[in-house]
Ligand binder design. Structure first.
Ligand SMILES: Cc1cc2nc3c(=O)[nH]c(=O)nc-3n(C[C@H](O)[C@H](O)[C@H](O)COP(=O)(O)O)c2cc1C
Length: 179
C-alpha cells in the first residue's frame, strides 16, 4: 500500500513535519510504502477562475498526480486562526478543479501539532469539512499534539511514551481501515 504524507507548513522547523515523520515511520513499520511531499515544493498562484480558464497550474496537476498514485494520505497541518492555513486551502481548491477529482474516495488521516493546549484540533475540523465535501473518506479519529514545542526530544521522538503508543495505535488502525 502506498501512503502520501503531505506537510503544509512552510516553516523550516515545523512541528507538524516532525509529527508527520513519526507517522511516516510508523506507516512503514506497518508495511506501507511512504512518499513525502512538502507543499512548499508545489507553489501555486492564489486560486482564480480566470487563471483556471487559461490553464490549471502545473504544480496543482503534479500534486494531483502524487495523490492519484497513493491509496491513502496523511496530512499534519498547523491551525491558523482556528482554521486551515491558506496555503493548504489554496492547494485543496486548485486540486479540486482537476479531473478526475482525486479526493473522491481517498482515505485520509488528519493530524495537527501546535504549541497550544488544543494542539490545532479546531483547524482539522475545518479541513475535514472541505475534504469530506470533496468525497474523501476522512478517518474518524484524528491526532492533535498539544504543547508540541515541548513534546519532542533531541531525536525528534515524542517524549511522552503514552502519546507515542496512541499515535502508533492510530496509524496502524488507519492502515487496517485502508486495507
Ligand atoms: C497566522 C497564524 C495563526 C495561528 N493561529 C493559531 C491557532 O489558531 N491555534 C493554534 O494553536 N496555533 C496558532 N498559531 C501558531 C501555530 O500553531 C504555530 O506557529 C505552529 O508551530 C505552526 O505549525 P508548524 O510548526 O508546523 O509550522 C498560529 C500561527 C500563525 C502564524
Amino acid at each position: 500500500m502506498k501512503i502520501l504524507t503531505i506537510c503544509p507548513s512552510l516553516r523550516k522547523d515545523s512541528l507538524n513535519r516532525k509529527l508527520l515523520k513519526l507517522a511516516s515511520t510508523m506507516s512503514s513499520v506497518n508495511g506501507a510504502k511512504v512518499e513525502h511531499v512538502e507543499l512548499k515544493d508545489f507553489e501555486m498562484p492564489l486560486y482564480s477562475q480566470d487563471i483556471e480558464e487559461k490553464a490549471i497550474p502545473a504544480n496543482a496537476l503534479a500534486l494531483k498526480q502524487k495523490m492519484d498514485e497513493a491509496e491513502a494520505i496523511i496530512i499534519s497541518s498547523p491551525e491558523y486562526n482556528f482554521s486551515v492555513p491558506g496555503v493548504l486551502k489554496n492547494a485543496v481548491d486548485w486540486v479540486s478543479r482537476t479531473k478526475p477529482q482525486p479526493f473522491r474516495g481517498k482515505q485520509i488521516l488528519l493530524m495537527s501539532a501546535s504549541p497550544s493546549m488544543v494542539g490545532g484540533n479546531r483547524g482539522l475540523w475545518s479541513l475535514r469539512v472541505s475534504l469530506e465535501a470533496l468525497g474523501a473518506h476522512v478517518y474518524p479519529d484524528m491526532f492533535s499534539l498539544s504543547l508540541a514545542h515541548e513534546a519532542f526530544n533531541e531525536k525528534d521522538e515524542l517524549k511522552d511514551q503514552k502519546l507515542n503508543k496512541d499515535l502508533e495505535k492510530l496509524v496502524s488502525s488507519f492502515i487496517v481501515y485502508v486495507k
